[in-house]
Design a protein around this ligand. Structure first.
Ligand code: PHE
Length: 503
């Protein structure tokens, strides 16, 4: 009779030629660990004695967070109920008051806010919240799905809802391979001829060594195909990796890097750019003002020339805004809404001294805007800022630079649309086609700086400049449809782990 390791013999004797048994069933029946049985089954398969059929099976379960919301209601539902109680179904209610009444705390507030409008509970904006009159938390599909998953009935939940819950981290879906085993004809024959179990050991112990027994025992083989927990190490975020690649690309195109403060005087963020002090972006709530003392060390001459440009314009036919201009307003500090503040610091000579043409500078840095969160907008994003200072630049140079830049990222159909900026003329918005949806999405803004910007800075040649969104470039490169998958508290970790940055 044939001698085989005892685990293999146990499996052979339990398996059948007609009824497939899973590894778990075999493990139960033989009283061995599933991993031991898996190893034995693979060896038997390699010897042609059993056949294995594999099936992928996924099981859904609630995460701790999912369980918490199943018991206490989803944060957006709690927010809706508080908003409705505050009368927000009739008139918008103040945000702070409703959040206070909702009892939501810490990260739950963000979670409620980012799911509220998506699920049709109402609108959020301008510090106010509304409650949709026709919304019904009782029929919240995600809440119902949490109950279904808890009851082990994930099959009844539709795929989109399950995906949504998974991306919110409320449901964990685990995939595993279920293997069913049957005896082959050779296996049946071998059993009839008779097999004998050889004692096998799976590790060498001091006892085996000292007793000399190691000479006689049979060692089990390594099974490199057994299921094992996936280990995922840390890695640099793809946004950061792509930012580094953008920097390399721009350095390769002859640009030098700018750096400067995230919180800056409005003077550098707006006034130098000939942005009127009553421009909506400056007076409205979409600017992140900081409650800190104003900045005092602004270059006095420049302040005077900028004020003069605002009041009286520049050149012969220039005509300023003839509107009030306050130095105090210019000294107030806010988070920069664009990195064009850095361009102003460099072009003015403030950062690295006066610059003679030709010059090329860039930065890939974070900017802050009080936008409403949606699939293409975040409160902060990375802007790829850049400018070229030279004699006789034209719009062709601007377009050619973008074409060269984007081509290095595989993007070849950049489109241009005339646009208006207070600080550039002409101005162009840039668009690229989303690889998944086919839609044109805005990827940047650009133009040639106006004399009203350049003259006070003391520059008498041309400067072309731009601000491109790194996140939008990522969307075109990798086909993400929602920026929040990549950035922020609701990001999709699996996606971030699996996306390889293309170099
Ligand atoms: N500051 C602009 C923006 O944030 C981009 C830009 C920079 C446009 C320089 C023209 C010139 O959208």
């Amino acid at each position: 009779s044939t001698r085989l390791p005892d685990a293999q013999v146990a499996v052979l004797e339990t398996a059948s030629a007609t009824d497939a048994l899973t590894i778990d069933e075999l493990a139960d029946a033989t009283g061995r660990k599933p991993e031991t049985v898996t190893g034995a089954v693979f060896d038997l398969r390699d010897a042609g004695l059993v056949a294995i059929e594999e099936q992928e099976e996924s099981t859904a379960s609630l995460t701790d967070e999912g369980e918490t919301y199943r018991e206490a209601a989803l944060p957006e539902v709690r927010l809706y109920e508080a908003a409705r109680d505050a009368g927000a179904a009739d008139d918008p209610a103040p945000m702070g008051q409703v959040i206070g009444a909702s009892g939501l705390e810490g990260p739950e507030v963000d979670i409620a806010l980012s799911n509220y409008a998506r699920k049709g509970y109402g609108d959020i904006g301008g510090g106010e919240i509304t409650a949709a009159a026709d919304a019904d938390p009782e029929s919240d599909a995600e809440a119902a799905a949490l109950d279904a998953v808890a009851a082990g009935d994930a099959e009844s939940v539709d795929g989109d809802t399950l995906d949504q819950l998974e991306s919110r981290g409320l449901v964990a879906i685990s995939e595993r391979t279920v293997r069913s085993v049957t005896l082959t004809d050779d296996g049946v024959t071998l059993l009839m001829e008779g097999v004998e179990a050889a004692q096998t050991v799976d590790r060498l112990t001091p006892e085996l060594l000292t007793s000399g027994e190691w000479r006689d025992v049979e060692f089990t083989e390594y099974n490199v195909e057994a299921d094992a927990d996936e280990a995922s190490g840390g890695k640099v975020h793809i946004l950061r990796q792509t930012a580094d690649r953008v920097k390399d690309t721009l350095v390769g195109m002859g640009f030098e890097e700018m750096e400067g403060p995230h919180a800056d005087a409005d003077f550098w963020i707006n006034d130098c750019l000939f942005m009127p002090q009553d421009h909506p972006a400056r007076t409205h709530w979409d600017r992140f003002a900081l409650d800190v003392p104003p900045i005092h060390d602004l270059p006095e001459d420049l302040v005077d020339r900028v004020e003069d440009a605002h009041r009286n314009g520049v050149g012969d036919d220039g005509d300023g805004y003839h509107s009030p201009w306050s130095e105090e307003f210019a000294r107030a500090v806010a988070l920069r809404g664009h990195t064009t503040s850095l361009s102003m610091r460099y072009l003015s000579g403030e950062a690295v001294g006066d610059l003679e043409p030709p010059q090329r500078y860039f930065s890939v840095e974070k900017v802050y805007r009080n936008d409403t969160l949606d699939p293409t907008h975040l409160l902060e994003f990375f802007q790829i800022e850049g400018w070229v200072m030279a004699e006789d630049l034209s719009v062709r140079d601007l377009m050619g630079t973008f074409e060269e830049f984007y081509r290095q990222f595989g993007i070849t159909d950049v489109q241009f649309k005339p646009h208006y900026n207070p600080y550039t003329e002409p101005s162009f918005e840039l668009f690229g086609r989303h690889p998944e949806t086919g839609e044109l999405i805005e990827i940047g803004n650009s133009g040639m700086f106006r004399p009203e910007v350049l003259e006070p800075l003391g520059i008498d040649c041309d400067v072309m400049a731009w601000g491109l969104a790194l996140e939008r470039l990522l969307m075109l490169m990798y086909g993400f449809e929602d920026i929040r998958d990549v950035h922020g508290t609701l990001c999709d970790l699996e996606l971030l782990r699996e996306t390889e940055v293309l170099y």
